[in-house]
Design a binder for this molecule. Structure first.
Ligand SMILES: Cc1ncc(COP(=O)(O)O)c(C=O)c1O
Length: 409
């Protein structure tokens, strides 16, 4: 009997919750029920999810930061379909795949000066692992300094640089020689680096957990201290990269050139997992010094054609639709809308939660969204996300800056 995924979905969709609870993650199934998120999502387009009853939901979780292009962007979708239809010689392994070369070239062109070597991985945490290994190998030093509240992934190296106890509890012991400093505390950082045994200082430019901003100039000063003490600065742009902060990389706000940059999440276009470490050729040469060591850090799937095509298509769409520039405009509108909400409500936390739960988890979804639609500030936040996310149609308002319309719906 032939295999038909469409038929399988049609026949078994009603078992969704039960199967997940029985075989995948029972606790998540409980959470979803408890918060009313146990919906059957049947479609996603741009920033919008549709449930089985045809209701629309604005998705501000964004797959934990993978949908910078929105869901099911046609450029990425087509690139992946085209690669499949070409029946290419994927994963030859003893090979120099053209798509890996092209994606590396495209990333190097967008990277801070000198970071022209690219090492591909399958995820963000694997990119972290690679960077920690490369730093230790290249500097011949043992220690890693990271930040309280930082997040770099959940494998053991990344978890050893984890700034939150929630993810560490129950999984120790961790790797030796990892030290935490408060995020943004240059004095504490200097004390650690001053021991001249630190291979890497790893940090996010903005911490994803809680969206914590460091003091202005932190990254620039950290780079200065790292350079003075022979430590590699590893900037984790897995969450902040690919336009999320109004620049291709968040570190561009401070004009910093680190020793390594980590990417993943949105580089996938929301389709095929991919991660990347951008580094200098000198660092690469220390880690991979001979033909014998050419695969001393590698992954079976890390340069696979589908991931590379997704990455290339994503970068193309970011440029073609000027999405990085649009992020600045959307961010400003969003900030203004949230500010109005903050003023209206006593606590900004309450107001943000109300804004972002549109239309949210209560049972009467369409009623809720209809009634909230009349409130100017919540409407502003929702309109902003819709207007400036790439899923929207090409209509623009008189007050909108003249940016090209997103090409798809
Ligand atoms: C800043 C940062 N680094 C690393 C990771 C880990 O990425 P992944 O979940 O792809 O392993 C994440 C994931 O949320 C992240 O936000």
């Amino acid at each position: 009997m032939a295999f038909h995924i469409v038929e399988l979905l049609r026949a078994r969709s009603a078992e969704r919750e039960a199967l997940y609870e029985r075989h995948v993650n029972p606790q998540m199934a409980h959470v979803l029920r408890a918060i009313g998120f146990n919906r059957a999502w049947v479609r996603g387009k741009g920033a919008v999810l549709f449930d089985a009853e045809g209701r629309e939901y604005l998705d501000t979780l964004s797959g934990w930061g993978v949908f910078n292009l929105g869901r099911n962007h046609p450029t990425v979708s087509r690139a992946i379909s085209d690669v499949i239809s070409l029946e290419r010689a994927n994963l030859v392994q003893m090979d120099a795949p053209i798509l890996a070369g092209l994606l590396a070239e495209a990333l190097a062109a967008r990277a801070p000066a000198g970071l022209t070597a690219v090492h591909f991985t399958n995820s963000g945490t694997e990119a972290t692992e690679a960077a920690l290994k490369f730093a230790r190998c290249a500097t011949r030093r043992p220690r890693v300094v990271f930040c309280h509240n930082g997040y770099h992934g959940l494998t053991y190296g990344a978890l050893s640089a984890m700034g939150s106890d929630y993810f560490r509890q129950g999984f120790g012991p961790f790797l030796a020689d990892f030290t935490a400093v408060p995020f943004g505390d240059l004095g504490a950082l200097e004390r650690e680096l001053g021991r001249n045994d630190v291979a890497a200082f790893i940090t996010e430019p903005i911490q994803g957990a809680g969206v914590v901003m460091p003091p202005p100039g932190f990254l620039r000063e950290a780079k200065f201290l790292c350079a003075r003490h022979g430590t590699m600065l590893v900037v984790d742009e897995i969450q902040t990269g690919l336009g999320r902060t109004g620049r291709f990389l968040a570190l561009e706000h401070e004009g910093v050139t680190p020793d390594m940059v980590l990417l993943a999440k949105a580089l996938s276009g929301g389709f095929v997992p991919v991660g990347a470490v951008l580094l200098r050729h000198e660092t690469y040469a220390r880690v991979f010094p001979s033909m014998e060591r050419c695969v001393v850090n590698a992954g079976t799937f890390s340069e696979n054609d589908l991931a590379m095509a997704a990455g290339l298509a994503t970068l193309h769409a970011l440029d073609d639709e000027k999405l990085v520039e649009r992020t600045v405009v959307a961010g400003e509108r969003l900030r203004a809308g949230l500010e109005r909400l903050r003023r209206r409500w006593t606590s900004s936390r309450t107001s943000a939660a109300r804004a972002f739960s549109l239309p949210s988890s209560s049972a009467s979804r369409s009623r809720a969204s209809r009634s909230s639609a009349g409130k100017p500030s919540t409407r502003c936040v929702r309109d902003c996300l819709r207007r400036w996310s790439p899923w929207r149609s090409s209509t623009s308002t008189a007050s909108s800056p003249r940016l090209p319309a997103a090409r798809w719906r």
